[in-house]
Design a protein around this ligand. Structure first.
Ligand code: AMP
Ligand code: GLY
Length: 421
């Protein structure tokens, strides 16, 4: 089979490495991929948002199956466009991807179908939003409706901070069209859990749970990032909570999407908060998480391509999807300054025996040498019988990788270890 994977981050590298384990796979193209992915797939210089370029490439290169992973192409309708050319895909169509593409849509869906989430109001008018904030007690959560590179959420500790956020989104258009509509939400507390699921629109198969570390610095200090590390499983996500989530959140969401004529096939990501009143949805993503994928797939024992095909073809109920009982950890090595400004172009040295544990996110090939090209440069993932063992292995490997201005958090998994003991 000829496969095409759309995207070019650490998540896509992890997906490609796992897909390669299936003997039916003869060739994998990555559009656009990156300098590290080039070791495992043929990278093609087509942007993940260039839907015409993607469709042309698929048709001209006898692609049998396309795996569309980033949020923008999914929300833009990449799967719809490829299917119109007769290409089978993994990933939701645009009408279902809207569950990530519009927070207002996701909130309305949850309200209509009784899926537990934070109380909220949606606003199209800045004046009305400012007035509403006057009536609420902080902290308040302000969310841009559309995609904003994971930066569209502000936790405002005061009314004036909330108003500043509203003005920058709605008047100053900090996130362009994405912030013209906003959701103002109740602030929830509790441990956060990421649960990625496979679904064919009928059956939901949760993957192993995980925990992200979003802040840039140790002790959950510093700016929010795309994720500085992950561990799996998440010790807060007990079997009882998993059952409750399946019954009150996962199946109701799939059923709600079906009832709205927006059947979801692909990976549906549930960002959950375990509150005093039970698990609630913080966000939906219409795709694999990054860097959650880098700990979830190393624990997957069954075949990834088979699970993906089952989602596309509606045969998930009969498909073997298994995860090990072990643990995994991923530590992100970033460029100093990320998520604000940082320098790039520095050579990266990775010992050969560590290559297998590395997923490259922001690196390019320059005259055959791998150099940094992004804020999150790479992730080092390791699996073990215990979380402690997985973390020790990931950190030992990370310490053997070098590039100038490298930094990483030293406390990935610390909270999970404490919770598990
Ligand atoms: P999101 O971009 O939706 O993942 O939000 C980013 C982060 O903001 C989440 O991971 C949470 O830590 C936090 N967050 C979002 N919504 C809420 C909420 N209603 N209450 C408390 N924290 C929230
Ligand atoms: N790690 C969070 C996300 O992928 O959105």
């Amino acid at each position: 089979m000829n496969l095409m994977v759309i995207g070019g981050g650490g998540r896509e590298h992890a997906i490609i490495k796992k897909l390669k384990q299936n003997p039916l796979v003869s060739k994998i193209y990555a559009l656009p991929g990156n300098g590290g992915i080039a070791r495992d797939a043929e990278c093609v210089d087509v942007k993940a948002t260039d839907l015409d370029g993607i469709c042309d490439f698929a048709v001209n290169n006898s692609i049998d199956y396309a795996v569309v992973t980033p949020d923008d192409p999914l929300v833009m309708g990449c799967v719809d466009a490829l299917e119109a050319k007769g290409i089978e895909c993994f990933g939701p169509r645009a009408n279902a991807a809207l569950i990530e593409g519009s927070k207002a849509f996701a909130k309305e869906l949850m309200k209509k179908y009784g899926i537990p989430t934070a109380a909220y109001e949606t606003f199209d008018s800045l004046e009305a939003a400012l007035k509403y904030v006057e009536t609420r007690t902080p902290p308040l959560v302000i969310k841009a409706d559309g995609l904003a590179l994971g930066k569209g959420v502000v936790i405002a500790e005061s009314r004036s901070e909330a108003k500043d956020a509203l003005v920058s989104m709605m008047r100053d258009k900090k996130f362009g069209k994405s912030g013209e509509r906003v959701v103002v939400e109740e602030y929830l507390t509790g441990p956060e859990v990421s649960v990625l699921t496979f679904t064919d629109g009928k059956t939901v198969v949760p993957m192993v749970s995980s925990m992200d570390h979003k802040r840039a610095l140790d002790g959950d200090k510093g700016l929010n990032t795309g994720g500085m590390g992950t561990v799996a499983p998440n010790p807060y996500y007990t079997p009882e909570i998993a059952r409750e989530c399946m019954e009150k959140i996962f199946l109701p969401t799939i059923n709600a999407l079906n009832a709205e004529g927006r059947t979801f096939r692909g990976c549906l990501y549930f960002g959950l908060m375990l509150t005093q009143d039970g698990p609630k949805v913080i966000e939906y993503n219409c795709r694999f998480g990054d860097p959650e994928t880098q700990v979830v797939l190393p624990l997957m024992q069954s075949d990834l391509l088979e699970a993906m095909l089952a989602c596309s073809r509606g045969t998930l109920e009969k498909t073997d999807v298994r995860f090990s009982d072990g643990c995994a950890a991923c530590v992100i090595l970033a460029s100093k300054g990320y998520p604000a400004s940082y320098e790039k172009g520095y050579p990266i040295s990775i010992p050969e025996d560590v290559q297998g544990s590395v997923f490259i996110a922001g690196a390019a090939l320059r005259d055959g040498t791998l150099v940094t090209s992004g804020g999150r440069v790479l992730g080092v993932s390791a699996a073990g019988d215990t979380l402690r063992a997985a973390l020790a292995d990931a950190y030992a490997k990370a310490s053997r990788i070098h590039f100038e201005n490298m930094y990483y958090r030293s406390d990935i998994g610390a909270r999970a270890l404490a919770a598990g003991e």
